[in-house]
Design a protein around this ligand. Structure first.
Ligand code: AMP
Ligand code: MG
Length: 408
């Protein structure tokens, strides 16, 4: 059985060999930053001029020539003012200084800014209480980016800082990849729509909701197909519908039970499978295949299994088909609040809560009733990873944590 790392690598390998280049479109960035957030650039974006465009003061104070101010107590003639948006037109000559404000261009001749806290005025003179060193308290023109330099690379996912950068260099629009359409189908005779009243033996469809939210968070466009009964004909027609999207995610019906028909129907439709089990809990019977030119994920139907396996296997696939370099699984370390002992020789992803005590991250497991227990994930904010290579963990040791992407 594949490890989760090998299964992720397999997804990448298959997509690398088979997925086409993503389509692109031009979208407005400046006018619709909320819609642009999360999109992936399909072009490089360049600096249209030097940044900063001029030597930019980082303080309120006095622009000076450092040679005049090597010793404290220098007395300089004040000859003008440079403020943001209105530069001083002249040159600071020997023995002269210019009043300067944060964000203003450094005047010609000056090569240092002395903070106003370290200077005082005396008629038309300024007395510096501290010496000045060349280069202090301003940013050199072009230090942040040179004209023509790439400031955002093709394949970058746009977040608020990237949108700010695009705005800074004057890009109101940009080419981005099309958001992949990810079809979602939930299977099960016991599953009814969330707005229906279930019979005593039925349950509401929560997976379509969590999957749609996870697809959107990952940068895809969810196409929710609803519920299919555990019945071959209905499954087939709904699966055929799902295969018209860019990617297909199914939940339920992938175990080995008599009514787990998803794999069988996919095979009838010509699917090829690359794995149908991964050495993890929850989520062991996860399926990844290719059918009619589309990647297909069959995720186990228990809600926590569906959530975890989506993060492990579908997120990197959405990155890939969006033209974005897939990121490694964002594991980080936290101190374990109590010992953990797992029996099954699998890598466990257990609902857990990360807290900070004295600025140090601690993680504690939550009691749960297994992979049907959505409440455990709700009470937590991450998954504790217990690797199958070490199933017993001691209190206070540093352990791996997979944060919930919508929590941090
Ligand atoms: P399955 O993977 O089909 O064997 O389903 C495993 C468990 O997940 C069963 O207890 C199902 O009732 C439950 N389940 C399956 N699909 C959903 C769904 N869409 N929403 C909530 N729970 C589900
Ligand atoms: Mg089922």
């Amino acid at each position: 059985m594949l490890s989760y790392e090998a299964a992720r690598a397999k997804v990448m390998e298959v997509l690398g060999g088979r997925a086409g280049k993503p389509g692109t479109e031009i979208i407005p960035l400046t006018d619709h930053p909320v819609q642009a957030c999360g999109r992936v650039l399909a072009e490089d974006i360049f600096a249209d001029r030097n940044y900063p465009p001029f030597n930019r003061s980082t303080r309120d104070g006095f622009a000076v020539r450092s040679a005049d101010a090597a010793q404290p107590g220098a007395r300089l003639r004040l000859i003008g003012e440079s403020r943001a948006g209105a530069a001083f037109g002249g040159t600071a000559g020997p023995g002269e200084c210019v009043r300067i404000l944060t964000g203003a261009p450094l005047p010609r001749g000056a090569n240092a800014v002395v903070m106003q806290e370290y200077a005082h005025k005396d008629a038309e003179f300024v007395i510096l209480e501290q010496p000045a060193v060349a280069g202090q308290n301003y940013v050199l023109a072009g230090a942040e980016a040179r004209i023509g330099e790439t400031v955002l690379r093709l394949g970058t996912r746009l977040g608020y800082a990237e949108l700010a950068m695009a705005a800074q260099v004057g890009r109101a629009n940009a080419a981005v990849t099309r958001r992949p359409r990810v079809a979602i189908l939930c299977t099960g005779d016991e599953v009814v729509a969330a707005d229906e009243t279930p019979s005593p033996v039925q349950i509401r469809n929560s997976n379509c909701v969590s999957l749609a939210a996870q697809v959107a968070l990952a940068g895809g466009e969810p196409i929710v197909l609803g519920i299919a009964r555990d019945e071959t004909a209905e499954l087939r027609s709904k699966i055929e519908m799902g295969l018209t999207s860019d990617m297909f995610v199914l939940s339920g019906g992938v175990s080995v039970g008599k009514y787990d028909l998803v794999e069988q129907v996919l095979i009838e439709l010509g699917a090829e499978f690359f794995f149908d089990a991964v050495a993890i809990r929850p989520g062991r019977p996860s399926v990844f295949g290719w059918c009619r030119g589309k990647p297909v994920f069959g995720l186990p139907g228990n809600p926590v299994s569906t959530m975890v396996t989506f993060e492990l296997f579908v997120v990197p696939a959405i990155d890939f088909v969006s033209g974005c370099l897939p990121q490694p699984l964002p594991l980080f370390k936290a101190r374990l609040a109590h010992p953990v002992n797992e029996k099954a020789e699998l890598t466990h992803f257990l609902p857990a809560r990360l807290k900070w005590l004295n600025q140090e991250p601690y993680v504690e497991l939550l009691l749960w009733e297994g992979s049907g227990d959505i409440g455990a994930v709700v009470r937590g904010n991450c998954f504790l990873v217990v690797h199958n290579s070490r199933l017993s963990l001691e209190q206070d040791e540093q352990v791996d944590v997979l944060p919930r992407r919508d929590m941090f």
